[in-house]
Ligand binder design. Structure first.
Ligand code: ADP
Ligand code: GLC
Length: 474
């Protein structure tokens, strides 16, 4: 089975969020099931710089109007293709916008080109499956459809909030037949919808947790696409993300001053000291909370800001690593200024520090309003950094709340709460502080999380099964 996996990010070459971790992990997750995955990425400067000894394997004189080449290299020992189109991807700034956070005005052309290239490659190289991740790749199944290709396709929704919506005026440049501008095609609320087009065309749709798969059937979570998803529900499955043990394992993690296992939890203390030093925090007996997150409304960060005085008053401390909305960044800086020694804030993106926080803090706060899967709670579970999460999406599916029954049975792995409000989050923080005050109980929770299996084993098998079911269908 040969699969072309198309995305705008893949760890370790280029990452802004969990999408990259998942796309980067899939080739190794699928290989044991007889699936050979080739990853196709845009040729951002950082990608080109890291791909050694790349060979040119194809040229497009005009791909969505620009000259492009296809380079072949490797990612983690698996085949990698890079769409080298300097006019589209060789620019300073972010992946999706400029340094001020404004979307690139030609995003429609950049990601239509990625998708057009993907469809050409899938057809020309006879891949069994084209697997498109999120809106940036979602036009690829639409191109296959209007080319009348027989290649099967999968669209995975990592986050339905990002849909790739553009003005109707771009339609004429997409290279699609006029009939594609239709309700069951690429037309979306009078404009063009890339994710919409992919969902309408795909042979199968997946999302990254079973709970999110049911949530997106209703308007609150479906964000305009709920009708289409409901109409295609027979094609929809939720497959929860795994974590890559080569990157996230506290026993071998090079970013930790002290490595440890579920049997040697006491060693975490050295990591906690390192966090306290880096964030200028006082030592104290109360729990050290952490946040490693995009600072956005989705992640409930505005609600967390409201709870910080209470968190400190109850004896907690916080070390936060994140970046995002300027207003939220300022609010967290303000809280740190009000509570020196109790709240430390690092605005920015720092992969090594994110590992240290998971390996040193006691608990990780994830009050998301919606969360398709979420990876930081999985890293927290693996590292004995107890997740405190809103009961939504993948957070609901992967954390077992420390209620009385779960505690009595010794299976609790974290704390869940309903409704992302300051009152409910403050209650969850209070519960966490009470659990932490009982060391035996706390260690049982930590160990249950560390022993839970969030490797890619089961989910890798589910993707492989989905692919083989599709290739059997005709
Ligand atoms: P999302 O993709 O919605 O942002 P996930 O929980 O799926 O959420 O994935 C987030 C990924 O990005 C995780 O690997 C997390 O550790 C990482 N991350 C988020 N913010 C930062 C940051 N400021 N520095 C380093 N890593 C970060
Ligand atoms: C998205 C989602 C996140 C998920 C990640 C990887 O960024 O917001 O919940 O874990 O994709 O699938």
């Amino acid at each position: 089975m040969r699969v072309l996996s198309v995305a705008s990010e893949a760890y370790p070459l280029v990452k802004t969020g969990g999408l990259a971790d998942v796309v980067g992990a899939l080739p190794a997750a699928l290989a044991p099931h007889g699936v050979e995955t080739t990853t196709l990425l845009p040729g951002y400067p950082s990608v080109g710089a890291q791909v050694k000894r790349a060979k040119i394997v194809h040229r497009w004189p005009k791909l969505l109007g620009v000259e492009a080449r296809l380079l072949k290299g490797e990612i983690g020992g698996h085949p990698l293709l890079v769409l080298d189109a300097p006019k589209l991807f060789a620019r300073e700034g972010g992946l999706y916008g400029d340094a001020m956070g404004r979307d690139w005005p030609d995003n429609w052309r950049r990601f239509a080109a990625l998708a057009r290239a993907a469809a050409d490659i899938a057809i020309g190289s006879r891949f069994d499956i084209l697997h498109a991740h999120d809106w940036q790749a979602a036009m690829a199944p639409a191109y296959l459809r209007y080319d009348r290709a027989t290649t099967k396709s999968v669209v995975t929704i990592h986050n339905i909030a990002f849909q790739g919506r553009f003005e109707a005026s771009v339609f004429g440049e997409l290279g699609l037949p006029a009939s594609a501008f239709a309700l069951d095609g690429v037309e979306y609320f009078g404009g063009v919808g890339f994710l919409k087009a992919g969902l309408a065309a795909a042979s199968a749709i997946t999302t990254v947790s079973p709970t999110y798969a049911t949530e997106i059937l209703v308007a609150e979570y479906g964000m305009g696409l709920e009708g289409l998803i409901a109409a295609r529900e027979d094609r929809l499955t939720g497959i929860v993300n795994g974590i890559d043990p080569a990157i996230w394992d506290p026993e071998t993690d090079a970013a930790l001053p002290a490595r440890y296992t579920a049997r040697t939890l006491a060693k975490r203390r050295a990591n906690k000291r390192a966090v306290e030093a880096q964030f200028a925090l006082d030592r104290s007996d109360g729990p050290l909370f952490t946040v490693v997150s995009r600072l956005t409304w989705q992640k409930g960060m505005d609600v967390l800001v409201e709870c910080l005085d209470a968190l400190v008053a109850m004896g907690g401390r916080l070390a936060l690593l994140g970046s995002g909305d300027a207003g939220l960044e300022a609010a967290f800086h303000g809280a740190a200024a009000r509570h020196p020694g109790r709240i430390g804030v690092r605005i920015g993106y720092d992969e090594a520090l994110s590992h240290l926080l998971q390996g040193g803090a006691d608990a990780i706060l994830i009050p998301s309003r919606f969360e398709p899967c979420g990876l930081t709670q999985l890293y927290g579970l693996a590292y004995g950094c107890v997740p405190v999460v809103a009961r939504t999406g993948g957070l609901a599916d992967t954390v077992i709340d420390a209620n009385e029954a779960a505690l009595a049975a010794g299976v609790a792995t974290g704390v869940q709460f309903d409704g992302v409000t300051a009152a409910s989050l403050t209650r969850a923080i209070r519960r966490t502080i009470a659990l932490h005050a009982s060391p035996g109980c706390w260690q049982t929770i930590q160990r249950s999380g560390m022993r839970a299996d969030f490797s890619w084993g089961t989910s890798g098998a589910r993707y492989a099964r989905l692919y083989s079911d599709l290739t059997r269908d005709s």
